[in-house]
Ligand binder design. Structure first.
Ligand code: SAH
Length: 320
C-alpha cells in the first residue's frame, strides 16, 4: 500500500493547529519539523534516547516549521490540497500566523512510511503515572507506579501524543479512583480506554463511528492485557445506548460534542463524570454553554496551547 504525504510550510506558532487540520482531514500520522525544537539543541547534549546530539548533523529547517501529514493512498488529493490550504489560511482568524502556508502533496511507499512513523514515535511519559510506549520499543519503567499504554496506532487517530489526547489522559488521572464503569466515545486507537483501565476503571464500552478505528482499538486492547475485557463496537455517539455509567469520555471536535451532551447526561448516574476534549479555543464557550444548558456542573477546565478540555459532572441528588 502507498501513502500520500501532504506537507504544509508554516510558522512555529501554528504547528499544533496545522497538525490538527491534517489529522482532522484524515492524516493517520503527522511529522513535525520545527526550527524552534532544533534551536533548543546544544552540541554534546544527550538526545531523548541517550544518543549524543550534534545539531550540525541533523537535517532541519532554518526557520518556521514543516508539517507533513500521511494519508491513505485512496485519499483524493486534488480535492484535499485546496481544503487544507484554505483551512491553514483561516488560522489568521484565530490570531495564528499561517506564514507561507504552502501545501504540497507527494507519494510515499509503505516502507518509507513505516520508518518515518517509527522514527518520530517513541516512548513518552504523558503524566506522572501514564507512559505511552510504541509496540515495537522496549521500555523500562522509571518508577513503580508508572503505568504503560502499549500502542500501535496504525491507521487510527490516537498516538497519545496529540494535545487533545494528552488533556484527556490528564483528566482521567484526576477523575478515575478505581472501579468506575465507563464509555469511551470515539475511541480511535483505544488509548483512553487502556489508560482508564490502567488507572483502575472497571467495566468499559468503547465506540467509534469508523470501522478502521474499531479494528485498531481491538488490536491495541489485545496488546494491553489489563484492557482485554473492554468491549468495542461501531456506534455513532451514544445513539441507541441507554445505560447508567460512572464516567463518559469523548475527545472529538466541539461540533460533535454538542449533540453528545444530552446523550451523556442521560447515560450518566448522578455524580458521574463527563470528560471532553478536542475543543479548539474559540469553541470552548459553545461547549461550556451546552454543558450548562444540559444541567452539567463544570468542575475544571484544562488547557494545552490552544486546546481545551473540560471535566464536568452530573449533579447528585443533593446538588439538584
Ligand atoms: N479517543 C482517541 C481518538 C480521538 S479522535 C484519543 O483521544 O486520542 C476522534 C475519534 O472519534 C475518531 O476515531 C473518529 O473516528 C471518532 N468519531 C468521529 N465522529 C464520531 C461519532 N459521531 N461517533 C463516534 N465516533 C466518532
Amino acid at each position: 500500500m502507498g501513502w500520500t504525504a501532504i506537507k504544509v510550510i508554516t510558522t512555529n506558532e501554528a504547528v499544533e493547529a496545522v497538525s490538527y487540520i491534517l489529522t482532522d482531514e484524515g492524516a493517520v500520522g503527522v511529522q513535525i519539523d520545527d526550527a524552534a525544537d532544533f534551536a533548543k539543541l546544544k552540541p554534546g547534549r544527550f538526545g531523548k534516547h541517550g544518543e549524543i546530539v550534534d545539531p550540525k548533523t541533523i537535517p532541519h529547517r532554518a526557520s518556521g516549521a514543516a508539517i507533513t501529514g500521511y494519508f491513505p493512498e485512496k485519499t483524493f488529493v486534488p480535492e484535499l490540497v485546496p481544503i487544507i490550504k484554505q483551512r491553514v489560511q483561516q488560522l489568521a482568524q484565530f490570531d495564528l500566523d499561517p506564514g507561507e502556508g504552502s501545501v504540497v502533496a507527494d507519494q510515499v511507499n509503505d516502507e518509507k512510511w513505516a520508518t518515518v512513523w517509527q522514527k518520530y514515535y517513541h516512548p513518552l511519559r504523558i503524566t506522572s503515572r501514564l507512559t505511552i510506549v510504541p509496540e515495537w520499543e522496549k521500555y523500562q519503567r522509571q518508577s513503580p507506579d508508572e503505568k504503560l499504554i502499549i500502542l500501535d496506532p496504525g491507521m487510527a487517530f490516537g498516538t497519545g501524543t496529540h494535545p487533545t489526547t494528552r488533556l484527556m489522559l490528564e483528566a482521567l488521572e484526576i477523575v478515575v479512583r478505581g472501579g468506575e464503569s465507563m464509555i469511551d466515545v470515539g475511541t480511535g486507537s483505544g488509548v483512553l480506554s487502556i489508560a482508564a483501565k490502567q488507572l483502575g476503571a472497571d467495566d468499559i464500552a468503547a465506540y467509534d463511528i469508523d470501522e478502521v478505528a474499531v479494528h485498531s482499538a481491538k488490536r491495541n486492547l489485545a496488546l494491553n492485557p489489563v484492557a482485554s475485557d473492554v468491549k468495542v463496537g461501531v456506534n455513532s455517539l451514544l445513539d441507541g445506548i441507554h445505560t447508567q455509567v460512572d464516567l463518559i469520555v469523548a475527545n472529538i471536535l466541539a461540533e460533535i460534542i454538542v449533540p453528545l451532551v444530552p446523550q451523556a447526561m442521560e447515560n450518566l448516574r448522578p455524580g458521574g463524570h463527563f470528560l471532553v476534549s478536542g475543543i479548539i479555543k474559540d469553541k470552548a464557550e459553545l461547549v461550556r454553554n451546552k454543558l450548562h444548558a444540559a444541567g452539567f456542573i463544570i468542575d475544571q477546565q484544562l488547557r494545552m496551547k490552544d486546546w481545551y478540555g473540560m471535566i464536568a459532572h452530573k449533579p447528585t441528588e443533593d446538588e439538584q
